[in-house]
Design a protein around this ligand. Sequence first.
Ligand code: FES
Ligand SMILES: [Fe+2]
Length: 412
Amino acid sequence: MAAVAKEHGSAAVNGKKWHDQHPELGTAPVPIEPYISQEYFNLERERIFRKVWLNVGREEEIPQPGDYLVKDLPVCGASILLVRGKDGRLRAFHNVCSHRSNKLVWDRGGSCQMFACKFHGWTYGLNGQLTFVPDEESFFELKKGELGLTPVAADTWEGFIFINLDPQPRESLKDYLGEMGESLQGYPFAEYSATCYRWTTELRANWKILKDAFQEAYHVAFLHKRSIPDSFTGKNNPFSHGLDYRLYPRHRKMAVYGNMEHQPTPVEKMAFQFGSLVIRNDFSLSNLPPGVNPTRDPAWALDLNVIFPNFFVDVSEGTYFTYNMWPLAVDRTLWEVRTYYPQPKTAGQRFSQEYSKVIFRDVIMEDCSTLEQTQSVLASGAKTHFVLQDQEILIRHDHKVHEDFVGFYRQQ
Ligand code: FES
Ligand SMILES: [Fe+2]
């Protein structure tokens, strides 16, 4: 299934298009309906978000016993409580009191010894067991042992915490991630997660509009001409053709071209010197595991890794960043962006990370600018389909995976 590029910036391998390697995807325009249909959205909720593994954080966020994190998932009408037990184990529960279903924890995270419901004071241990009920004698045959918090399946991969709302997940997290998980094995996620900057925003756009915008580089020469005019495009690759594309049964990845002839500005030069930047030209590829930049192309900037349904882990050398796109409604999405760096050891490294962060923010602000504009005209009916080119193969693959789960067109 994997494809290998012989030459960076080529539109094809051995004169063929990437699509030629995936005839199962076809080349026809793809329908707009899944971006505006309430019925489709309802099916996504039931058949995707309630069934698959979802990334909800990193282990560094709750390192000590008693540390907890609350993750609201409006798409599933749920709130999840993640907590590190006294035994050091990470557990997940529905954040719902067993008495009359009040939301148990209202803040976003912290550290505690127990959880007490604000409504009538029912109290739970870090392992989810119900430990105290005020005026217990007035209840009828109360079985405290059966009234703990409702557990949710939780597991970790490379320090990322995933949950699965299916009471009986159909497969383990390891199996779910499959080859995608294996391809990132050995990437220094723990080392690079010492510093994290994050942004969160709510957008009036379907969550797939966001996903699509970050799984192709066709837009770079146009949308990013101000912020990064020639970092990802060059004389030999004016449209930022991908170096390599790999499609897995659910997930997918792309190696992104970086222009090694880019002449850094004086301030960039200073930032390059000290490390953590996606846009630079002195990568030491040997430090990266073989699944990253798999063709070992020297003109490489980063890999986009799209983990179905809503998690991006985009890796470079010295930094990585993630996106989580959480649907709120068919036309509203909560977007979480995080950018990670190793612990800076010198003022120069700190400067480099700050600079990298600001450039990254400018670029994603440009990305952000088209999303609501696109959604605002989708329902007009002016167009019924998106037209995709060869370099938009990840988007086409995403459509297929969605349809595999949702079955919207199969049932019609
Ligand atoms: S709803 Fe929580 S104690 Fe009553
Ligand atoms: Fe972009």
